[in-house]
Design a protein around this ligand. Structure first.
Ligand code: SAH
Length: 222
């Protein structure tokens, strides 16, 4: 990763309220290099240029920091090459992160990165989200996803895995708030409320993003 891309990462992350240490920057550089190396052999992501990786994978993943805490248990459903799971784990050492994808080679890459970056409390699982309930029923404070499914399908998978006061967070683009409004009746029927549809622009690129935050209906008073 070029020094210009590293500078952009440091600047963008600071803008998101996640200032990065030298060690964290080093870990992000290693992640970018390995992603590019592996991507030559197996197709992990369509995003391959340094600055694109910084903005579309790293900074986009870090936007979640606005709506999650520093500790607790987080599940990333359909994490692909490890986004948002890996960037979040790099900046939040205390967060317990479980990352799941149905494609074995993607999970192999994530495990490789977990070892290489010495990430403690990071587990990558090769499984379909549907099958997690056996081991992780009611387990997570946050279930998150990016580019995974429509809201209702995501919620159907996430709900049994969520703690009573947990949150489901879908990372969406410019039409996220619209999708949340349209999905709301179906979500309410599942006992889920839209708590927030937080719209903002990504640092550097200015691309529109929306974090849709959902919670169980019993959790009133927020
Ligand atoms: N979150 C990543 C990848 C998005 S692509 C990113 O934003 O870069 C969607 C991913 O979800 C794919 O890697 C696919 O293998 C995975 N996926 C789709 N359905 C799944 C399911 N039911 N369980 C687990 N993973 C699934």
């Amino acid at each position: 990763m070029t020094s210009k891309a590293t500078e952009l990462l440091a600047k963008g992350a600071a803008e998101l309220g996640v200032p990065l240490t030298e060690l964290q920057l080093h870990k992000f550089r290693t992640l970018a290099n390995e992603l590019q190396k592996w991507n030559n052999k197996i197709n992990l992501t369509a995003v391959t240029a340094d600055e694109q990786i910084v903005v579309k994978h790293f900074l986009d993943s870090l936007t979640l920091r606005q709506v999650i805490g520093e500790t607790g248990r987080l599940l990333d459903l359909g994490s692909g090459g490890g986004f948002p799971a890996l960037p979040l784990k790099i900046v939040l050492a205390e967060l317990e992160v479980v990352s799941v994808d149905a494609v074995a080679k993607k999970i192999m890459f994530q495990r490789h990165m977990g070892r290489l970056l010495a990430l403690q409390g990071f587990t990558a699982i090769h499984e379909r989200g549907e099958r997690l309930v056996q081991d992780y029923s009611g387990h997570f404070d946050w279930v998150v996803s990016r580019a995974f499914a429509d809201l209702a399908s995501f919620v159907r998978l996430a709900l049994p895995l969520l703690k009573e006061d947990g949150r489901i967070i879908a990372m969406k683009g410019s039409r996220g708030a619209e999708e949340a409004v349209a999905a709301e009746p179906g979500l309410l029927a599942m006992g889920i409320r839209v708590l927030q549809a937080k719209e903002f622009k990504l640092p550097l690129s200015g691309d529109a993003r929306c974090l849709v935050v959902l919670g169980k209906q019993g959790m009133l008073g927020e």
